[in-house]
Design a protein around this ligand. Structure first.
Ligand SMILES: [Zn+2]
Length: 178
């Protein structure tokens, strides 16, 4: 069955990626969420590594994502991975600095339609191409995570009447539990 392809990459184009989303969005078993799940993550590590208020992530089963490096002739891939906390790896482009991926070693999920448990990978929503960002039903966050760590006036902004209207009153989680 035909699905949809989301495309993204770093600012300089050294690393690009595609996310192949099946036509029927599978359910993450044990939750009420369909995959892909999109979140606004307020945790301190996301704030620091983004250099902004929060990271916004699209969380997908690893088999859906293809990461491609386009190194200059004679150079290696510039994708830099580092351990931001035990068993957590974040990746960014070593040339232009765009943050791209988050992987947690022990984060596996069962999704409908795939027999084996799958590893989940997060990609930064902001690194998606404009055409992919326009696919609102796939890429618009549905919840806040680690809200307890969030900057108070940023949370106030989301809670304001304007914020509620434009973001549709996203679900709130004090920690990562979704
Ligand atoms: Zn780059």
């Amino acid at each position: 069955m035909a699905g949809r392809i989301l495309k993204g990459g770093c600012f300089c184009g050294e690393t690009t990626y595609t996310i192949n989303v099946p036509e029927t969005l599978p359910l993450l078993e044990g939750t009420t969420n369909h995959s892909p799940t999109c979140v606004i993550d307020h945790c301190n590590t996301c704030r620091r590594t983004s250099g902004s208020f929060f990271h916004a992530w699209i969380i997908v089963p690893e088999p859906w994502i293809t990461i491609i490096s386009h190194p200059k002739e004679g150079e290696d891939s510039k994708l830099v991975r580092f351990e931001s906390s035990p068993h957590v790896r974040r990746s960014f482009c070593g040339r232009c600095g765009t943050h791209l991926f988050y992987e947690k070693e022990d984060r596996w999920a069962k999704i409908s339609g795939i027999e084996e448990k799958v590893h989940l990978v997060d990609a930064t929503i902001g690194s998606l191409d404009e055409e992919s960002l326009a696919q609102v039903d796939l890429v618009k966050p549905s919840m806040h995570t680690w809200r307890k760590d969030g900057i108070s006036w940023v949370k106030d902004m989301f809670d304001s009447e304007d914020g509620k209207e434009s973001f549709g009153g996203l679900r709130k989680h004090d920690a990562g539990g979704w």
